[in-house]
Design a protein around this ligand. Sequence first.
Ligand code: PBG
Length: 334
Amino acid sequence: MRPTQSPFPATRLRRTRQSPAIRALTRQTTLSVDDFIWPVFVRAGEGIEEPIPSMPGVFRRSVDKIVEAAREAADLGIPAICIFPYTGIEERTEDCAGAWDPENHANRAIRAIKAAVPEIAVMTDVALDTYNINGHDGFVENGEIVNDRTVEALVKMTLAQADAGADIIGPSDMMDGRVGAMRAALEAAGHQNVMILSYAAKYASAFYGPFRDAVGASGALTGDKKTYQMDPGNSDEALRLIERDLSEGADMVMVKPGLAYLDICRRVKDSFGAPTYAYQVSGEFSMIQAAAEHGWIDGEKVMMESLMAFKRAGCDGILTYFAPAAARVLNGSR
Ligand code: PBG
């Protein structure tokens, strides 16, 4: 005998999708301007806003223009900006001394933003690649990227950034032991309140291609970064790295790249509950921009959907080149 069946579905899940009001009421995840950190590129000169061909809509700006951009970001409600220097080949050396020069473009930009736009938090990038003749994040000796000597240089770079007024230090180099060394040096120098957002789970990714153009590293890089950045096949290792960096004093942690690594974001958030960020990197950005320019996708909708995905995966925020554009959509001021 067959059990008697109701002629109706027991549960109509479509009921809670029936109108904008009900969808708003039942939506689990929301995206807000508070979620964004905006990465920007600073270069030498004055009055310069130079488009980056491989990143449509993104510019390299001189310090004065970076300050204007920071003002605009703060007015849109974006809480943080992240400074990356563009360095020409003539500014790169084997000893990477430019990295801890208080007068390098990044440090001048930090000081100028903190003076003119004090309400926006300023994040930095700590790695040697933008000052290194060979484009690597660490010193190269006999073809090997050496760890401990690099960490000493990263500490000097960190202190120069903190002295310039940085709020959040962002080590993106993937050397072992750098977070602990940086934390100790910051404390000893009286920078107790300067935070560390560690690029803890950073993969050796082909999605960084356009960024390396943006910072002038494409021509410079010899070989790849696989001996220090993570293998894309690994997941448990990301948890070990996050645990290690948190134990060394990281205040916040990052997964990078973003969309292809949302499973890692979710594991990290569920395992540690620490403030967790994803970096929607240059290649992810440029793929969306390129497809939108061809009219193959609706660029604005895909932008918002991709950003929402990071929140749904457990991230507290996103580093994204879309920050101002997405903020305009969220503010309803397109
Ligand atoms: C390097 C660094 C990279 C990015 C941020 N910091 C590139 C790399 O590791 O080669 C990539 C960001 C992006 O692709 O948007 N220190």
